[in-house]
Design a binder for this molecule. Structure first.
Ligand SMILES: [Zn+2]
Length: 569
């Protein structure tokens, strides 16, 4: 393609609200434009990269025998009601009503819809099946931001496996895991697999693929010693044992005027250090009040509470709700003697005695609390957020928390959707059984942005060849020099014949502008055709990644450039 004919609106400055590097550079390089928050137009350069990323993902799916579909984006509410997710998806789901008054869901994922197609699979002999699509999804993100990293409308590769039993699911899951590793390698993304929360997807387990980046929105707990890695929503660590005194046979209340925080109670004469306090949070789980209790110096991870309680909607109770039901304000709350609520207590508090907590009476606390004795209906679950430097549960070495971008997520769904939608097969004994499912996602735009986040310098993007909008840019230094134009035209045609994705910069602009633009949009190789070198029968070849330039004979450049490009695709 000839640059003079293309729409590549490069900008000197990034939009003021763009914090993520990928957001800044994709806008400046003329790849994307925001229509409104969370919705982006892909301009021609952006679409070229998008297609290349999608093709690599498609190739990975085809390699494991997956079959491509395209399903509608608008779904009847009834299917989502059958699976229970019409309610579970809450405000994340875009919904609309048609002219006849029928409720419609804008698809945010397609388990329900693919499962209805699987109703036509009748025998174990037709399994396994792996089905996929690359299609537009809609999610009403609370805070769309960071360019293509967190959007409300995006293309996703979603695939679904259908097996006769758990062993089949394990095999399909492992195949996807391996396919994802290869896909991220081809995309030049330094992704690694971590244990993850399944959230509203349900099922028995899930793995996320993460790329370390300050632009990410996930925290991953990693052990550099043994390789343990888990999303903070799921991570565990070893808590040092604390030896408690036995304490009194029943809790004692004592006045604590003005004491409303863990720290204040630690400083209070007759109080207790944070690790001998119970921190009680009042939460609303699907509208029902519940208590979540962690150690005074620990933090609650809300996703862990959501997973432990299976609630769809989790939020802190308001002060008004709290006072009405518990009779005291935050800062004086506790779970001792409370009835009629679910009480979730973090594992780290199991067996603790002689603890101090709020008395559900403003300015009073209780001491001498034995957790198991005094919180009789407690459900012991994992609630605690792991922090940097804690001890690995597997090898005792320190853990690190790393900020990451999630580039893929794979789920073992089990029979949640086949049960609710009635998708079963006859097994070899002629018995009906539900199909065992998995689902697997890769966001195309998110991956494009993740590549940008990990491949740039102060001059712009440095696309890996495999996804570059163009592989080679031929820059004509002086558009008034007919020899340069002829030579560049010849190289352009020859490289095209060799199957190279080549861009000819034939714009009537200063060479500095042309070089800067080619660097900004991140073309991996540049061939500079200028009168001086050409007089010696040579052109200049520059690699974007390291900026190294070589003079090459005009007669050799096509072979050399082709080898370089093909070798790094
Ligand atoms: Zn470890």
């Amino acid at each position: 393609m000839r640059w003079s004919k293309l729409f590549i609106p490069t900008l000197r400055d990034a939009p003021g609200d763009a914090e993520a590097v990928s957001h800044q550079l994709l806008v400046r390089g003329g790849f994307i434009r925001q229509l409104h928050a969370g919705h982006y137009s892909l301009l021609p350069l952006g679409l070229k990269v998008h297609h290349k990323v999608a093709d690599i993902v498609r190739g990975g799916m085809d390699d494991i025998g997956a079959q491509e579909f395209t399903l509608p984006a608008m779904h009847p509410a009834s299917l989502w009601q059958q699976s229970g997710r019409w309610d579970a998806m809450g405000e994340e789901m875009f919904r609309l009503v048609d002219r006849k008054g029928a409720d419609i869901a804008m698809g945010m994922t397609h388990e329900e819809i693919f499962t209805t197609l699987a109703l036509e699979v009748n025998s174990y002999k037709e399994l396994p099946q792996i089905w996929y699509q690359i299609q537009t999804k809609f999610r009403d993100e609370a805070r769309p931001k960071s360019g293509l990293l967190r959007v409300r409308e995006f293309d996703m590769k979603d695939s679904y496996s259908f097996d006769v039993d758990e062993a089949g699911l394990e095999a399909s899951f492992a195949m996807h895991h391996d396919a994802y590793v290869k896909i991220f390698e081809q995309l030049s993304l330094p992704a690694f697999a971590v244990e993850a929360s399944s959230g509203a997807m349900g099922g028995s387990g899930s793995v996320e693929f993460m790329v370390p980046s300050p632009a990410g929105e996930d925290d991953v707990v990693c052990c550099r010693s043994c390789g343990y890695a888990a999303n903070v929503e799921r991570a565990r660590s070893k808590v040092a044992e604390i030896t408690d005194e036995t304490g009194p046979s029943t809790p004692e209340s004592f006045p604590t005027p003005g004491v409303r925080t863990i720290a204040a109670l630690a400083d209070f004469d007759g109080g207790a250090p944070p690790d001998r306090q119970l921190k009680t949070m009042v939460m609303m789980l699907d509208g029902d009040m519940a208590l979540a209790v962690v150690r005074g110096d620990h933090q609650l991870n809300v996703q862990k509470l959501q997973d432990a309680s299976s609630a769809n909607d989790v939020r802190p109770a308001t002060s008004e709700e709290t006072v009405e039901r518990l009779g005291a304000n935050p800062g004086s709350l506790g779970a001792v003697g409370v009835t009629g609520f679910r009480v979730f207590v973090d594992h780290a508090l199991a067996g603790r005695t002689n603890m101090t907590t709020g008395a559900n009476r403003d300015d009073w606390h209780l001491r001498g609390v034995s957790v198991e004795r005094d919180l009789a209906d407690a459900e012991f679950v994992d609630l605690r957020e792991i922090t940097d430097g804690e001890t690995c549960a597997d090898c005792d070495e320190p853990l690190t928390v790393v900020r990451c971008i999630e580039v893929g997520h794979i789920f073992k769904l089990g029979t949640k959707y086949s049960d609710s939608l009635g998708a079963g097969v006859l097994d070899p004994d002629g018995k009906a059984r539900p199909i065992v499912m998995g689902s697997y996602g890769i966001g195309i735009g998110r991956n494009l942005a993740a590549i940008a986040e990990t491949h740039f310098d102060d001059r712009g993007l440095i696309w890996p060849v495999a996804v570059a909008p163009y592989e080679v840019c031929i820059t004509i230094v002086n558009m008034k020099d007919s020899d340069s134009i002829d030579a560049a035209e010849g190289l352009y045609q020859e490289l095209r014949r060799c199957g190279i994705d080549v861009l000819l910069d034939d714009r009537d602009a200063r060479p500095g502008v042309k070089f800067a633009d080619a660097e900004l949009i991140g073309v991996p190789f540049r061939i500079t055709v200028g009168p001086k070198a050409l007089a010696d029968g040579e052109v200049e070849l520059t690699a974007r990644a390291d900026g190294e330039s070589d003079r090459i004979a005009v007669g050799d450049i096509v072979d050399i450039a082709t080898d370089l490009v093909v070798g790094s695709r």
